[in-house]
Design a protein around this ligand. Structure first.
Ligand code: XMP
Length: 485
């Protein structure tokens, strides 16, 4: 028997949220933090898409500094993707665990070379057992003969300010303030060097008070993988590089291949890594991925701005309904869902979260920014950037060409790819800094939360009453009967 779901599938434009009584005095009272996955908390509910025109290290750094998280795409070789992850983790390394060291017998010339090659301004001087002997900074060697030895120029241990490893960043800040030093080595009971905190890194941390960080103060980052057997090795490299979460990123996540990849990773890594999987559009999908071990599930089949899955395959569920249906299953399974695709404005984020998502994944809105990969293109005097679906012809072609070195473009029959394409390539207007876009989206979110009397993201769902719109209602919602300037 053919089954027809009686309920109408709704999308963002089909509804509005009804205002609720609010006792919020200022939008500053609103807490936008949320769960990205079971154990990862982020400070704003925004995730950048795992697409090659959206998220590499530059976008992921900005996302995390603003309080969200970026998912580094998987359409580059594993080593390169791991390097992108490492770049994010290095961007604000508040506690440097393995600071660069030098032996006291080296010459100043050799020490300078080490500093230059690592791009740093100081070296910790240690003996053969790794015990602290002194510190050599750029200032110590400004006008000295390069043949002199390190021990002759360094600031010796007895004149140094140090701290025990495990010190809190607040305590470290007090020491920097009191002694007006720039570098604080961390030592153990045997005086062995266990880390270094620099004043510059602490200051960077203060510049982004809302940043999403790991327990060591480094920015959070996630990275995407596929479902083929070879992706287990990609996962290993990404974890080694410091990825906080792996995102199994496939068009049809409710599949045996995706489930088996979740199980495989769980078996290898236990609970030491967060696994996000998707995409799905049904409660059954959420339940099965969660039962297999997923720590969060991505919801969205075909709502994305450059997706043609619904046209090509005739498959999908309008995004608002998909989120509502999936969120019940996710709640039952104790994991959050990420609403992926179709966000065009901050109002859509409010609706997605009110429908039960814990965060939203965004592609197009971030694709025109400085932080997305690719250059600015001028067309008819206007500035644009490229944005493409990962199942578009040239995205698929580019991927093949990168991985199969024997494939020269001249030999490729593009039409073959066009049979399978489920995405398009597009130009999006150049929009400057991603951080401005995110700030604008968060301001809109705070506004929506205050209209619903929601101090926390979780309250949004509790307080949400959606009203269905007619076409007249939609017309009324947009600027009308005026000529906008
Ligand atoms: P937005 O609307 O933010 O959506 O641009 C981003 C999401 O779109 C998905 N995506 C695709 N879906 N064919 C699809 O059907 C594609 O080629 C494609 N590329 C990306 C993806 O989930 C992304 O996060």
């Amino acid at each position: 028997m053919v089954k027809i779901i009686e309920n109408v599938g709704l999308s963002f434009d089909d509804v509005l949220l009804v205002p609720r009584k609010s006792d919020i005095l200022s939008r500053k009272e609103i807490d936008t933090s949320t769960f990205f996955s079971r154990r990862i908390r982020i400070n704003i509910p925004i995730v950048s898409a795992a697409m090659d025109t959206v998220t590499e290290s530059s976008m992921a750094i900005t996302m995390a500094r603003e309080g969200g998280i970026g998912v580094i795409h998987r359409f580059i070789p594993p080593e390169k993707q791991a390097e992108e992850v490492a770049r994010v983790k290095r961007a604000e390394n508040v506690v440097i665990e393995k600071p660069a060291t030098v032996s006291p017998e080296k010459t100043i010339r050799e020490a300078k070379e080490i500093m230059k090659s690592l791009g740093i301004s100081g070296l910790i001087v240690v003996d053969a057992e790794g015990r602290l002997l002194g510190i050599l900074t750029r200032r110590d060697i400004l006008f000295v003969d390069e043949n002199m030895k390190v021990y002759e120029c360094m600031t010796p241990r007895k004149n140094m300010i140090v701290a025990k490893s495990g010190i809190s960043l607040e305590e470290a800040k007090e020491i920097f303030k009191k002694y007006k030093i720039e570098k604080l080595p961390l030592i153990d009971d045997q005086d062995r060097v266990k880390g270094l905190i620099t004043c510059v890194d602490l200051l960077k941390r203060e510049a982004y008070p809302n940043a999403a960080r790991d327990s060591k103060g480094r920015l959070l980052v996630a990275a995407a993988i596929g479902v083929k057997e070879s992706e287990v090795e990609r996962a290993r490299l990404l974890i080694e590089a410091g990825a906080d979460a792996l995102v199994i990123d496939v068009a049809h996540g409710h599949s045996t291949m995706c489930i088996s990849m979740i199980k495989k990773l769980r078996k290898i890594y236990g609970d030491s890594i967060e696994i996000v999987a998707g995409n799905v559009a049904t409660p059954e999908g959420v339940e099965e991925l969660a039962a297999a071990g997923a720590d969060a599930v991505k919801v969205g089949v075909g709502p994305g701005s450059v997706c043609t899955t619904r046209i090509v395959a005739g498959v999908g569920v309008p995004q608002l309904s998909a989120i509502i249906n999936c969120s019940e299953a996710a709640e039952k399974m104790g994991i959050p869902i990420i609403a992926d695709g179709g966000i065009r404005e901050s109002g859509d984020i409010v609706k997605a979260l009110a429908a039960g998502a814990s965060s939203v994944m965004i592609g197009r809105l971030l694709a025109g920014t400085d932080e997305s990969p690719g250059t600015v293109i001028i067309r008819n005097g206007r500035r644009y950037k490229m944005y493409r679906g990962m199942a578009s012809v040239y995205a698929m072609l580019g991927r093949e060409a990168k991985f199969r070195e024997d494939l020269s473009e001249a030999l490729v029959d593009v039409s073959e790819y066009s049979y399978y394409a489920e995405g398009v390539e597009a130009y999006v207007p150049y929009t400057g800094s991603a951080s401005d876009i995110i700030k604008r989206l968060v301001a809109g979110l705070r506004s929506g939360m205050s209209y619903l009397g929601a101090r926390k993201i979780e309250d949004l769902k509790k307080n949400a009453i959606f009203v269905r719109l007619t076409e007249a209602g939609l017309r009324e919602s947009l600027p009308h009967d005026v000529e906008t300037v």
